[in-house]
Design a binder for this molecule. Structure first.
Ligand code: ADP
Length: 205
């Protein structure tokens, strides 16, 4: 019988390098499930989540075409912990169920060449999605590296990036959940070598 595909939960703070690690793993035979993408899908007009969001936050969070305006919804929940909890209660269980279903489907009929599954989720720990995965990999980088890289990547100021870092789960706290911590303070080549080593160890075990 074929071996059960391992599922890695890949997480880390803003700019730590999650997407970069995902990309490297995808090139090495991982099937990536991106929680953000799943989140967008469960928000589509007419879905239950969409209906509950409109009920909870009003039609002012909608774009003219009926899709949810995530920026406006974000503004509503940004400095209101109760509103954020309400939104999370609508979306998180559905994202969980959708990811669970995707894992089931991939495992039931693994595409050729696929050696593992990666759930990339910035909120893996905060949202309580860890039961979905066999192992947790946490990507970390120093605050200076994060600021430097994110300033280059997007048009965010140093203060804005620091504000986002402060709003996240503390990095030390996140690492307490880690089966593996990937330190991404060096070059892309170094990151590639580290990822290669751990992925090979996992998938050839
Ligand atoms: P996350 O998905 O965690 O927000 P990304 O993978 O998008 O982070 O990385 C943030 C930025 O830093 C991207 O522009 C990425 O190309 C860059 N980056 C990531 N790791 C390195 C590295 N080791 N060296 C140089 N740039 C990097």
């Amino acid at each position: 019988m074929a071996k059960r595909l391992p599922v890695i939960g890949l997480t880390g703070g803003i700019g730590s390098g999650k997407s970069t690690v995902s990309q490297l793993l995808a090139e090495r035979g991982a099937r990536i499930i991106n929680a953000d993408t799943v989140g967008h899908q469960i928000y589509q007009p007419g879905t239950e989540a969409w209906q509950e969001i409109v009920q909870a936050f009003g039609r002012e969070v909608l774009n003219p075409d009926g899709t949810i305006n995530r920026a406006r919804l974000g503004e509503k929940v940004f400095s209101d912990p109760q509103a954020l909890a309400r939104l999370n209660a609508i979306t998180h269980p559905r994202i969980y169920a959708a990811i669970e279903e995707q894992i089931r489907a991939i495992r039931a009929d693994p595409p050729p060449g696929i050696r593992g599954i990666v759930v990339e989720a910035a909120l893996l720990i905060e949202a309580g999605w860890t039961p979905l995965v066999d192992q947790i990999w946490v990507v970390v980088a120093s605050e200076e590296k994060v600021i430097e890289r994110v300033m280059q990547q997007r048009s965010l100021s140093r203060e804005e990036i620091q504000r986002r870092i402060a709003a996240q789960l503390d990095s030390a706290e996140r690492q307490r959940y880690a089966d593996l911590v990937l330190v991404n303070d060096g070059s892309l080549e170094e990151l590639k070598a580290t990822v290669e080593k751990h992925w090979t160890a996992l998938t050839q075990a």
